[in-house]
Design a protein around this ligand. Structure first.
Ligand code: ADP
Length: 538
């Protein structure tokens, strides 16, 4: 056997295995089936070339010659079909049904003409080397085959320009560049040169190079589907082993040898089948896992979207709540001040008082909601300027005076001697933080006092605001969790039902933007707590 024939036999063998691999691996995607067909026809093409080369009578030459051209046009058609579907993510890739049927019909006609008539292959001859004589319709045959490939590449190029996914672009590049070598060689050495130059010397080059065509597309698909190149290599090796042992069995000289080789063959087949099965099982598991991962990714995306919608909703709802609340707060305060005439009777005063206090608390909650949604949507804006922290805290204490009085708590504010206490901050945000902390202290203290203080450490230039209460205190195991979103101590609900668990989260986030810190101390449940805000002095 000449070297060329050995190469062809090898290519045939590889192409068969790869087409099986593609067929098995392509169960889930319609597109790759076409590539399976392309490789199957490619193996027929290579086999025909091998037979063409070894045939030594006109009678025997006839069959492979026609098979060569039948498989040729079927390769081009399958490749074209593959190009329509591969990486096309639309729900129905080959939408133009009629085009497909027309293409099939045309190819079928040419296949029929090749097999049954002399219009494409008029004759074959063995004198002066095996050659083919072409009929009058051969140019049509060549033109159709070439246009199949041409069209396929146009499809691939179009897809290449359209896809954004980096992996898919790489796949397409592999397919375009990888197949081009084999296709150009095949077109030249097997379609054009034999007809135009009557040159059959390199007739075998196309089929030999088709190994690239099949190999590279399989590789490219496998990056997409899941059978990896290692799996393919493993199978190739097993098949090679089988063939090797089978040939040895057939060629055995003695009966003894044949029995030994036969036994060897059977055992390699059994072990091989088991091995291949386990490989496929592994591939399947991987595929399933990949599927699950995709599902999870999808679910995750939906959740992120939902989360976003929730933040938007929160933001809109809070905005809507803000103005009526301001009105409630404003009017109730005016009523209390007597702007609409004297408020007669303790019951009435009490009722309006309640309205005012609740509105005030609601304002804080709504503001927290707004802040949370701003933080989550990343559109929190800060307006930094020089802020007198001492004045700010004073203001908050006054603002909440009604609440603390109502709760029967004494509130004190002790100012350190080393003032003034200027910081670089967003006034509104710092006010919100201090309000939150003082409001909490009032909410969670049933009796006793709240002591605020402000001090500066001259060495570190840090300003510390302390808010110490004699309230319900915090258990050590929850103390670290309080600054998380929606986190509330189980006792908090008992003391104050109207809580959201957002206040401290907002304080922490706002404090981050101020490059300061917030923390809390508490000796334990029922023993009061102290919250600290630490800023850098300006
Ligand atoms: P809310 O007060 O709306 O529940 P916060 O985020 O302001 O939300 O507070 C979270 C939790 O921290 C409260 O539910 C409460 O358990 C605890 N907490 C906050 N401040 C105090 C305090 N001064 N004393 C005791 N517990 C507090």
């Amino acid at each position: 056997m000449s070297l060329v024939n050995i190469v062809l036999a090898l290519v045939f063998f590889i192409a068969v295995v790869l087409s099986v691999v593609i067929f098995v691996g392509s169960k889930k995607s319609k597109g790759t089936v076409y590539m399976g067909w392309a490789s199957l026809w490619a193996s027929l093409w290579v086999l025909s070339m091998l037979l063409f080369r070894v045939a030594n009578t006109v009678y025997f030459l006839n069959f492979p010659s026609r098979a060569l051209y039948v498989s040729g046009i079927l390769i081009s058609l399958s490749f074209l079909m593959f190009s329509f579907v591969f990486l096309d993510h639309s729900p129905n890739p080959i939408a133009r049904h009629r085009t497909r049927i027309l293409l099939y019909l045309l190819t079928l006609l040419l296949v029929g003409a090749t097999i049954f008539t002399t219009t494409i292959i008029s004759d074959v001859t063995v004198t002066g080397g095996n050659t083919v004589l072409f009929g009058e319709l051969y140019p049509l045959y060549g033109a159709v085959l070439i246009s199949h490939f041409f069209w396929a590449y146009i499809n691939f190029f179009k897809r290449y320009r359209k896809v954004n996914d980096k992996g898919e672009r790489v796949q397409l590049r592999y397919i375009i560049v990888g197949t081009l070598v084999s296709v150009v060689a095949g077109l030249y050495f097997d379609i054009l040169a034999p007809y135009l130059l009557r040159d059959f010397r390199h007739y075998w080059v196309g089929p030999a190079l088709i190994v690239l065509f099949v190999g590279i597309t399989t590789f490219a698909i496998s990056k997409y589907r899941l059978f990896s190149i290692r799996v393919i290599a493993g199978q190739l090796f097993i098949f090679a082993l089988w063939i090797f042992v089978l040939v040895r069995t057939i060629l055995s000289d003695t009966a003894n040898e044949r029995i030994i080789n036969g036994g060897l063959f059977i055992s390699t087949v059994i072990i091989g089948v088991l091995l291949i099965r386990s490989i496929f099982q592994e591939v399947q598991t991987r595929e399933r896992m990949e599927g699950l991962a995709n599902e999870l990714a999808g679910a995750n995306e939906r959740l992120t979207q939902l989360d976003q919608q929730k933040s938007e909703f929160l933001s809109i709802a809070s905005h809507q709540l803000r103005s009526p609340l301001t009105a409630i707060k404003g009017y109730s305060s005016m009523i209390l001040e007597g702007s609409f005439g004297p408020v007669t009777g303790d019951k009435l005063r009490e009722a309006v008082d309640r309205i005012f206090l609740s509105a005030e608390r609601l304002v804080i909650i709504v503001e927290d909601f707004l802040n949370v949604s701003r933080i989550e949507q990343g559109r929190m804006q800060y307006d930094f300027s020089t802020v007198n922290l001492e004045e700010l805290v004073d203001g908050v204490v006054k603002e909440l005076e009604q609440n603390s009085k109502k709760a029967g708590l004494t509130v004190t504010f002790e100012k350190g001697a080393n003032g003034p206490f200027f910081i670089h901050a967003d006034f509104g945000k710092v006010r919100q933080m201090v309000t939150n902390l003082l409001d909490n202290a009032i909410k969670y203290t049933k009796q006793g006092s709240i002591a605020l203080s402000i001090n500066k450490d001259s060495a570190t230039r840090k300003i510390l605001v302390k808010i110490k209460d004699t309230g319900i205190g915090i258990a050590p195991e929850v103390i670290t969790l309080l600054f998380q979103k929606f986190s509330r101590d189980k006792n908090a609900g008992k003391v104050n039902i109207m809580g959201t668990g957002l206040g401290l989260y907002v304080v922490k986030e706002l404090m981050k933007a101020h490059k300061g810190s917030v923390w809390v101390d508490s000796p334990g449940e029922g023993k009061g707590s102290t919250f600290y805000l630490e800023f850098m002095a300006e």
